[in-house]
Design a protein around this ligand. Structure first.
Ligand SMILES: *Cc1c(COP(=O)(O)O)cnc(C)c1O
Length: 380
């Protein structure tokens, strides 16, 4: 089965009891048992919920894993994956990534005896140099937020296999439609489903998939033991959304490509970061490991004043955190999503006061382009 067929059919067979074509929403906390020790396999809704199971089954198929597990948010998913580790273990993380992951590592997990090294993963030498005998996980995000840098997933998979460390990939930006890390050697892939998987800016949700049975068992144990589970309504909404993931992603990417190419020609724009541009330093790698380049673009406008002028003049792009919904958004990473990353580190990465990030929606491309054009006229 091809991707779009899986998105619409896997885990979504008509309901056995009634024939309902849409997966029912099991809004329940518990299940009646016939007698002591005799039940239908459903006992308590933190442990199992049929709506959640259907969604997990679908996502596992889309990521080409053996199983997937859903969580109350992307960060809850990341936190649960980190609990596969023991105190004393060391993690190598990408230095340019979602600010909340950095905050979880430094302000929470490091208090429990985990240690972290943050490296520029564009150069494999940096990963090699950070390896210690305690390194048990290599954690990456590609393309990264907000600098759109890529990690060579096959190369990282070789290193992590060699040293026996788990390779974890945050696949939020690409979605499984454009990139499937498990097929490139990653052990675990995770998402903030709040973004493209949910796709309509109406839920907060996370999901983890793996290609190993032994890891699936451990993650399932943690899902129940830690308990950071989503409600069934979010799972139901994700199932509904994922049916159109392929259609949405194609449009996000087509719109973003057009806007990125136009922006690149404008003298008021200092730099455009989009993996679909031939000028992107890792465009070749993007072509090898992704089947499309996504809907996220970052733009360097030179200063905070220019960023303010541009974002306040935009009409269709709403100034807001988050991304991946059908409607276009604009965000100012320094003041919004990346405030928790120290200033010197931020500036070294290119996350400057003049950087704005566009989440290009699936509106009409011409309308979006006109909006960007009139807003850019306000930038000196
Ligand atoms: C939003 C985001 C997260 C965190 O997910 P939540 O659903 O907000 O908890 C993690 N990684 C990336 C790349 C994100 O964009």
């Amino acid at each position: 089965m091809k991707f779009s067929t899986k998105a619409i059919h896997v885990g979504q067979e008509p309901d056995e009891l009634t024939g309902a074509v849409t997966v029912p929403l099991y809004q329940t906390s518990t299940y009646a048992q016939e007698a002591i020790g005799k039940h239908k396999g459903w006992e308590y809704a933190r442990t199992q919920n049929p709506t959640r199971t259907r969604w997990e089954t679908c996502l596992a198929a889309l990521e080409e894993g053996v199983a997937a597990y859903a969580f109350g948010s992307g960060l809850a998913a990341i936190d649960t994956v980190m609990r596969l580790l023991d105190a004393g273990d060391h993690v190598i993380m990408a230095e340019d990534m979602y600010g909340g992951t950095y905050r979880l590592a430094m302000r929470v997990l490091s208090r429990y005896g985990l240690s972290f090294s943050f490296v520029d993963m564009r150069d494999m030498g940096n990963i090699e140099a950070a390896i210690t005998p305690q390194t048990k996980m290599i954690y990456t995000e590609t393309p990264t937020n907000p600098m759109m840098t890529l990690t060579d997933l096959r190369a990282v998979a070789d290193v992590s296999a060699r040293i026996g460390a788990l390779m974890v990939v945050d696949n939020t930006f690409a979605s499984p439609y454009f990139q499937r890390p498990l097929t490139l050697g990653a052990d675990i892939v995770l998402h903030s489903a709040t973004k493209y998987l949910g796709g309509h800016s109406d839920l907060v949700h996370g999901i983890v998939a793996t290609r190993h049975e032994h890891l699936a068992e451990k993650i399932q144990f943690l899902q129940n033991a830690v308990g950071a589970v989503p409600g069934p309504m979010e799972c139901w909404l994700c199932l509904r959304s994922v049916k159109t993931l392929h259609v949405r992603m194609d449009r996000h990417a087509a719109n973003a490509q057009r806007i990125a190419e136009w922006l690149e020609q404008q003298p008021a724009v200092k730099k455009v970061y989009y993996p679909g541009l031939a000028s992107h330093p890792q465009h070749e790698l993007a072509r090898q490991q992704m089947s499309g380049f996504g809907g996220m673009i970052s733009v360097e406008l030179g200063s905070l004043e220019q960023a303010k002028a541009f974002t306040s003049a935009l009409k269709l792009f709403t100034l807001a955190e988050s991304l991946g919904g059908v409607e276009s958004l604009v965000c100012h990473p320094v003041s919004m999503t990346h405030g928790s990353i120290p200033k010197d580190q931020r500036e070294r990465l290119g996350v400057t006061d003049g950087l704005v990030r566009l989440s290009v929606g699936i509106e009409d491309a011409e309308d979006l382009l006109n909006d960007v054009q009139q807003a850019l006229a306000h930038v000196a």
